[in-house]
Design a protein around this ligand. Sequence first.
Ligand code: NAP
Length: 310
Amino acid sequence: MNKADLIIVGGGPAGLTSAIYSARALIDTIVIEKMLPGGQPILTTFIENYPGFPEGISGPEFAERLESQARRFGARIITSQPVKEVLRVDSGFEIKTEEESFFCNAVIIATGTSPRKLNVPGEDTFTGRGVSYCAVCDGAFYKDKVVAVVGGGDSAIVEAIYLTRFASKVYVIHRRDQLRAEKILQERAFANSKISFIWNTVVQSIEGEKKVELLKLKNVKTEEVSELSVDGIFVYIGSTPNSSIVKDLVEMDENGFIITDNFMRTNIPGLFAAGDVRSNTFRQLATAVGDGAIAANSAEKYLGELSWKR
Ligand code: NAP
């Protein structure tokens, strides 16, 4: 039956945490996930800063644990069904996927973000043939090869360090001369003899015959253009919100992140948002999990008031 009290769109850490809390509170809960449950951790090699795991934990293992915990309390998890649209209907919300429609009284949007693209010539052509957005998925293909990582944030630096397990050389190409990443990560990267930094530089194009062979780079200070031979390029330049399914429904900031209050309530009663898709948040695993718990609690209160009114 395609009906539930609460539907959570997105099966990442925020969505699965909401599911753990709501299902455990005996709310009939469905999670709809576009691919596999787990979200960003599936694509993360190692998580070091999540409290309670002093030795760290692999991203995929963490994702599996979240999923099994949500299922244990009775959440129904539907996979491989991208949600196309969320509509407000008389009795609550209609959640449309390509295949079917679901109905619920309250909904939590926990759809996260997608990697930002460089938008340079060659990027789309060579995606999967040397251009990657996921070191944990593709890193092993680059044993003893030369790769570049673009970006200067935590993701770029964590994944550049990870790639040194396989690659003989990792170039980090950053548009400024200072990294945005945490100091502890910076120190590790600077101490790693396989990593070299190319500062004040952007990628102009990605070139090759059948796969990536060359990057055309431009120094933004001197305007000098140069070439760098690489076998692969990993793009880690931040992310954009997966919020188009509610674009005509909820209030968003100028970058498309969903605006909520501290209780994860949007401007639409019964519609909540949690995790990275939310505006003005510190985008971390720990905060996503916190958002998920708050959103579930707010949804529970909303559903309680709704049944009292009926
Ligand atoms: P981010 O912090 O937004 O960093 C994006 C990086 O890409 C910045 O260095 C930025 O340069 C650069 N950039 C943005 N647009 C660019 C463009 N068009 N061309 C070239 N460079 C561009 O993104 P993130 O590293 O993916 O991190 C996202 C969130 O996840 C952050 O809150 C981060 O702390 C968190 N995270 C944490 C960890 C951890 O281990 N603690 C690991 C991964 C992610 P500028 O610096 O010049 O803006």
